[in-house]
Design a protein around this ligand. Structure first.
Ligand SMILES: C[C@@H](NC(=O)[C@@H](C)NC(=O)CCCC[C@H](NC(=O)C[NH3+])C(=O)[O-])C(=O)O
Length: 349
């Protein structure tokens, strides 16, 4: 059916609230079959006072997981990957349990522990300890395997960055190319995503970008400029840099069936329950909004940057929003309101 019109005033109110709760800047872009609504509030750089621009690039964090999943779904379409095969068939001896399949990994049902929980138990020291470090995939998986698994393979949803590190290892093993090269060839170039880069292990965001500020755990402590980091702790789980326009283009292309076969797209959208209003498919989140619309995409949280990137099931309308802080629950919860403004229109009075 037809969606309510987007609510630009509501969108601005949400972004103003996010800035009011501690984000230096926030921006959102709705693309409704070519009709674009864009709202931007606050600063790109607190030191120089440069104001945020809707075209500024930023770190999309776990929205990267959707990009990595697309590469593996394409390999499945090409007959080079069996989603129900054990990961260990392609990466012998990697995981302690042959029963963990590729599908379990892409749906966060492997039970593998999320090493990021340990790395970032103390937010700022944890970040400072890894911000210039370069990890191998194997080191990250080994960090996870030091801990007991959370569930038997396939038995439950338990989010872990480890799963999309394994996804990156699968991409490199199956193609013989680095993840960045596969993302460029299969997604960035075909869709002409000129603001989108897989940046690892370099720490600099290419071109004009928003600076990201990490909120410390202790209230009142100064924000930490987290813009430059290797994101080596995440890589194929979180290292893509992009823009609101490019992420919207990507999600619309994916959900309108331009990146995979219809069968693979159906598999990506087949979700397991995360909560009453949320599900997780393969590298894809589903959120059910109060107005009865379900949207598909991903959230992101990398030091200094929160992202919401979702689109309608057919990809005809997309919303990409980011705020230039992280580790700030009120900002993350506030930013979720961009979905309501984008897909549910004006709230019922
Ligand atoms: C949530 C999102 N996940 C991601 O984007 C991945 C890449 N990020 C994380 O797992 C959080 C790492 C800690 C961030 C740090 N937090 C702390 O350090 C907390 N002690 C921060 O907020 O910057 C998703 O999949 O939806």
């Amino acid at each position: 059916g037809t969606l309510p019109s987007p609510d630009p005033a509501g969108l601005r109110a949400v972004l103003d609230a996010a800035v009011g709760r501690g984000a230096p800047g926030a921006t959102a872009r709705i693309d409704d079959r070519g009709t674009v609504t864009e709202v931007t509030v606050g600063l790109a750089d607190r030191r120089t006072g440069r104001v945020l621009d809707g075209r500024d690039r930023f770190r999309i964090g776990s929205v990267t997981k959707t990009f990595s999943a697309v590469v593996l779904m394409q390999l499945a379409d090409e007959g080079r990957l069996d989603l129900d095969a054990p990961v260990n068939r392609y990466l012998p001896g990697l995981l302690p349990d042959d029963a963990i399949t590729v599908r379990h990994v892409l749906g966060h049902r492997s039970g593998l522990y999320d090493y990021a929980d340990r790395l970032f138990a103390r937010t700022v020291p944890g970040f400072e300890a890894v911000r210039t470090r370069v990890f191998t995939y194997r080191e990250l998986v080994d960090l996870s395997l030091r801990h007991p698994r959370l569930n038997r393979p396939g038995a439950a949803y338990s989010y872990a960055n480890t799963n999309f590190v394994v996804a990156g290892m699968l991409i490199e093993r199956l193609t013989g190319h680095p993840v960045g090269a596969e993302l460029r060839e299969r997604v960035f170039r075909p869709l002409r995503l000129r603001d989108t880069f897989y940046v690892h292990p370099g720490t600099a965001i290419p071109g004009r970008h928003a600076r990201g500020y990490l909120t410390p755990d202790r209230p009142g402590d100064a924000l930490v400029d987290a813009t430059e980091q290797t994101v080596s702790w995440a890589q194929s789980a979180g290292a893509v840099v992009s823009s609101t326009r490019d992420v919207g283009t990507f999600l619309s292309a994916l959900l309108s069936g331009r990146l995979t076969s219809p069968a693979r797209l159906r598999e990506m959208r087949r979700t397991v329950r995360v909560s009453d209003t949320q599900g997780y498919g393969l590298g894809l989140r589903r959120r059910d909004l109060f107005c009865g619309v379900s949207v598909y995409g991903h959230t992101g949280a990398v030091q200094g940057y929160y992202t919401y990137a979702f689109a309608t099931k057919d990809g005809r309308r997309s919303l990409t929003a980011f705020a230039t802080t992280s580790n700030n629950g009120p900002v993350l919860d506030t930013l979720a309101g961009t979905l309501d403004s984008a897909f549910c229109g004006k709230p019922p009075h």
